[in-house]
Ligand binder design. Structure first.
Ligand code: NDP
Ligand code: 8X3
Length: 253
């Protein structure tokens, strides 16, 4: 039997990379996307060596609609029929009150988390509709359920992902394409390094004194939802560290 194909955006780090690893381990072939080509190639080699998984690396910026279109239109024949799309690539940039926010940070978040997710989805969904099968996992955030101080624009983009997740499910379930939104709390990845523009000390402090989620916890959840039988649609999973009951409270040791 042909292996299923999963297309993962943001596979060069964090949640996307852990998901690629787990899906390859469980028999998927992969399209690995991100902007850092060496990381994509290194992951491709690892998945092949560890699991004999075949993967195609697609190095592009999801904010660039022409690049998205070209990368997806030019997928090799054996990777064209995408079974699972994991819309994971995203970021927070900055953490400031709305009167002090940086416009470039705002644009980066909106362009990546909302428009980029749409560009990729628009390219891939028609094939799923045509084949009458597919699974889409959208990575939102607890920030897409609850707004926290200084999160303003990041939260807005993740609320938008929440709305798009619901819209996709409403509009695609008839085909039948399944759609799940995942809403994690704090996961220790490169997320805070990116949010604080490379300030590793400040980023490290975010995760100090409590057990944050691991990227592999979210990968486990993604593998679980896509492994359910076809008549089951997990609409949403909100996943928090035990020590972080809501975004604004973290019980540190
Ligand atoms: P990382 O920073 O570790 O990984 C982010 C990934 O997104 C990287 O692979 C990066 O690849 C990719 N990416 C970012 N911008 C672009 C772009 N313009 N084009 C293509 N790829 C891009 O963070 P996480 O793994 O934590 O984040 C993954 C998702 O999870 C994000 O959507 C984030 O908002 C969400 N999330 C994270 C939480 C956390 O606490 N960590 C909690 C809740 C949700 P490259 O730089 O190579 O392009
Ligand atoms: C990331 C979770 O709460 O750090 O989406 O913004 S949070």
């Amino acid at each position: 039997m042909n292996k299923k194909i999963a297309f993962i955006t943001g596979a060069t780090a964090g949640i996307g990379e852990a998901t690629a690893y787990l899906l390859a381990k469980n028999g998927y072939n992969l399209v690995l996307c991100g902007r850092r080509e060496e990381r994509l190639k290194a992951l491709q080699s690892k998945l092949s060596a560890d699991f004999g998984a075949e993967s195609h690396t697609a190095c592009f910026d999801i904010r660039n609609k022409e690049s998205v279109q070209t990368a997806i239109e030019n997928l090799p024949e054996s990777f064209k029929n995408i079974d699972v799309l994991v819309n994971n690539a995203g970021l927070a940039s900055g953490l400031a009150t709305i009167d002090k926010g940086d416009l470039a940070d705002w644009e980066t978040m909106i362009d990546t988390n909302v428009k980029g997710l749409l560009y990729v989805s628009r390219q891939i969904i028609p094939g799923m509709v045509e084949r009458k099968s597919g699974y889409i996992v959208n990575i939102s955030s607890i920030a897409g359920k609850e707004v926290y101080a200084n999160g303003n624009v990041y939260c807005s983009t993740k609320f938008a992902v929440d709305a798009l997740n619901k819209a996709m499910r409403i509009e695609l379930s008839a085909h039948p394409i399944r759609v799940t939104g995942i809403y994690p709390g704090a996961v220790e990845t490169e997320f805070s390094i990116v949010r604080f523009h490379g300030d590793e000390e400040r980023a490290k402090a975010v995760y100090q004194g409590f057990d944050s989620l691991l990227a592999s916890d979210i990968a486990d959840a993604i593998y679980y939802v896509i492994s359910t039988p076809p008549h089951v649609n997990i609409n949403e999973l909100v996943i928090m560290p035990t020590a972080q009951p809501v975004p604004g409270i973290i019980h540190r040791k």
